[in-house]
Design a protein around this ligand. Structure first.
Ligand code: GUN
Ligand code: ZN
Length: 429
């Protein structure tokens, strides 16, 4: 029988390992022999082992990951939960790929018995790859979206998501009416927003698949609930931009379509942003709207090369996104490696520190979740990933001649994948 006292006992665990996290973009903390003390799912302390060991409660469980590297869990800033089975589908470019593979697959999520195992598989892939927080596009279906939220709640995962809204230029089965769009979003917000670690985001797919009326209906929701973010696609592909301009001839530019509806602001997420005009960069900076760079997708779909330097110069919040199924991997390590190559093609510096910042605190900031996650500050939720840098013979060989942490991180970024993910913790479990 439980005594009153045992109800009050706090659940504690201590992790012994090497640790890396960021206090800000330029300040990386590396603790070669440290202890992370987690209490009730939150960070109680992180310090060198010899400082903390004597302060730990007597009977605390100590999990020993000596030889491994512990980082805050990775953030995937843009991923589609309903495209896993369309990954690596041969297509021409974006619009053809959407029509041929993506839309037919997304229609199948109307059936909850198809949606549930597909969404469970999706979350399993995220976690296997060390991703503990993601901004997710489900399909347009209310039941499938509810399944997604319930699964995240069951796993106790911090996510940003919302039903994908479309009402034109897509198969009938994927289109809403304006009033449906309004009512279904409102109902989903009421049921799931801020429940556990769930965050609702209005999710108009992109301007091509929404009429002005639908965008206005979503705009009304946003006005009434200014804290709800918006996620969408922006300026990814040349044909997409041309079509968009024809559909919205009076808009100043692509971004203005979203701006005029009040969709920009902190925590709003614009995926891709490859072909921005100067005014669009300025407006993103002014409103501190986030960009999500999706390198594996941009290469696979032949979309173009994202200009990370410009994004830095304008001080626009940035996350990296896998964009599966346009993207080719759930691994944020692989995603970072492709971001490196896209930067290299443009002679832009992109160090391992830059990459791991974006995968952790930078991504958390872009999603406006940095009050809860992103580093090991005291009080933050203890989502973390235990990395094994020697998971392949090649990596072992390559790293056998260095103990320089920047070099280790760079090799991890360029050669790493899900084999390097030893364990993943959500709120200390
Ligand atoms: N633009 C509109 N929809 C999509 C999508 O599903 N994937 C990508 N990469 N771009 C899009
Ligand atoms: Zn996408």
């Amino acid at each position: 029988m439980c005594t009153e006292d045992s109800y009050m006992v706090k659940q504690s665990i201590a992790i012994k390992s090497s640790f890396i996290h960021f206090l800000n973009e330029t300040n990386m903390v590396f603790i070669p022999k440290g202890i992370l003390w987690v209490e009730d799912g939150k960070v109680k302390a992180l310090a060198p082992e010899d400082e903390l060991i004597l302060q730990l409660p007597k009977n605390i469980k100590i999990q020993d990951y000596t030889g491994k590297l512990v980082l805050p869990g990775f953030v995937d800033g843009h991923v589609h939960a309903v495209q896993t089975q369309a990954i690596a589908s041969y297509g021409k470019q974006l619009l053809d790929w959407l029509e041929t593979y993506t839309f037919p697959l997304e229609q199948r999520f109307e059936d909850p018995s198809f949606a549930l195992p597909a969404i469970q598989f999706f979350f399993n892939q995220l976690l296997k790859n060390g991703t503990t927080t993601a901004a997710i596009f489900p399909s347009k279906h209310v039941d499938a979206t509810a399944i997604l939220f319930k699964e995240a709640l069951r796993l106790n995962m911090r996510i940003v998501a919302g039903k994908t809204s479309m009402d034109r230029n897509a198969p009938e089965g994927l289109c809403d009416t304006t009033s449906m769009s309004f009512q279904e979003n409102e109902a989903l917000i009421e049921e799931f927003n801020q429940k556990g670690r769930l965050n609702y985001a209005l999710t108009p797919r992109f301007a091509i698949t929404s009429t002005d009326e639908q965008l206005s209906a979503l705009s009304k929701i946003k006005k009434n609930r200014p804290n709800i973010a918006v996620q969408t696609h922006l300026s990814e592909n040349i044909d997409e931009i041309e079509t968009t301009k024809k559909l919205f001839p009076s808009s100043k530019n692509y971004l203005d379509i979203y701006d005029s509806k009040g969709f920009l602001g902190k925590g709003s997420l614009m995926a891709h942003a490859i072909y921005l005009e100067e005014q669009e960069w300025e407006r993103l900076a002014e409103t501190q709207t986030s960009i999500v760079h999706c390198p594996t997708s941009n290469l696979f779909l032949g979309s173009g090369l994202f200009n990370m330097k410009k994004c830095r110069d304008y001080n626009i919040p940035l996350a990296l996104g896998s964009d599966v199924g346009g993207g080719l991997s759930f691994s944020m390590l692989k995603t970072a490696a492709e971001a490196y190559k896209i930067a290299a093609l443009q002679n832009i510096e992109f160090t391992a520190r830059n990459a791991f910042y974006l995968l952790t605190l930078g991504g958390a900031k872009a999603l406006n979740q940095d009050a809860y996650i992103g580093n090991f500050e005291v009080g933050k939720e203890a989502d973390f990933v235990v990395l094994d840098t020697g998971s392949t013979e090649l990596m072992q060989k390559r790293l056998s001649n260095t103990d320089d942490i920047d070099e280790i991180l760079f090799v991890l970024m360029m050669l790493g994948d899900e084999r390097n993910i030893h364990s993943v913790y959500l709120k200390g479990k």
